[in-house]
Design a protein around this ligand. Structure first.
Ligand code: IMP
Length: 200
């Protein structure tokens, strides 16, 4: 049977306040309402890909809230490390500072020309029934800097250098980051799909 799904209000399947404020900022002028998830939310990220983990989070949030949910899984892939830390980006070390230091140490002997990397973001919309109605995976290309710089953003932003901006991601304002980041691109594709009405 053909069914119309109301996708104007979605729950964002994350407890990461930085991600939530980035996404809220990007949706400010749209008619899509995004709400945070209340209470304990920590689904086990057992997927082998960003997309699988984004779905795990989205389905869990949709089940809990009975709302369509937007799941985001993201991370950093470094070419010189064969794509690591990848889906393990948040589990690579215990704090942002330790993650950054470990990565810089691993790349201690890697010259600038070989420090290419990308942020990757998968976004998935799942329904409480478990149906995956949309997914996209987007990248933001850059390099791993030799030293951290900047205090905006979160996570690996201080060591993610964008040659075209001559700045690290943490040296950009949220508005600037939201024009070029992996998350901004993934959300852009998600919005295009939501607004195009392909979902009804
Ligand atoms: P997730 O919550 O499992 O998606 O964790 C993603 C990991 O990648 C976290 O450790 C973040 O620090 C890192 N990450 C994801 N997106 C960004 C970003 O926009 N900037 C910096 N680090 C990010």
């Amino acid at each position: 049977m053909f069914m119309t799904i109301n996708l104007t209000k979605l729950v964002f399947a994350t407890k990461n306040k930085n991600k939530l404020s980035e996404v809220k900022n990007m949706l400010e002028n749209s008619n899509i309402e995004i709400v945070g998830i209340e209470g304990e939310f920590d689904p086990e990220e057992t997927g082998a890909t960003f997309e699988e983990n984004a779905f795990i989070k989205a389905f869990e949030a949709a089940k809990i809230t009975n709302l369509p949910a937007l799941g985001d899984d993201s991370g950093l892939m470094v070419d010189a490390l064969d794509g690591r830390p990848g889906v393990y980006s948040s589990r690579y070390e215990k704090t942002d500072e330790k993650r950054i230091n470990k990565l810089l140490q691993e790349l201690e002997h890697t010259k600038q020309a070989a420090r290419s990397a990308r942020f990757v973001c998968s976004m998935v919309i799942a329904l409480p029934s478990g149906e995956k109605v949309f997914s996209t995976t987007q990248n933001c290309e850059g390099e791993i800097a030799f030293l951290p710089s900047g205090s905006e953003g979160f996570g690996y932003d201080p060591i993610f250098y964008l040659p075209e901006k001559n700045a690290t991601m943490a040296e950009l304002t949220m508005e600037e980051k939201n024009k070029l980041s992996h998350r901004a691109k993934a959300l852009g594709k998600t919005l295009e799909w939501l607004i195009s009405g392909k979902n009804n």
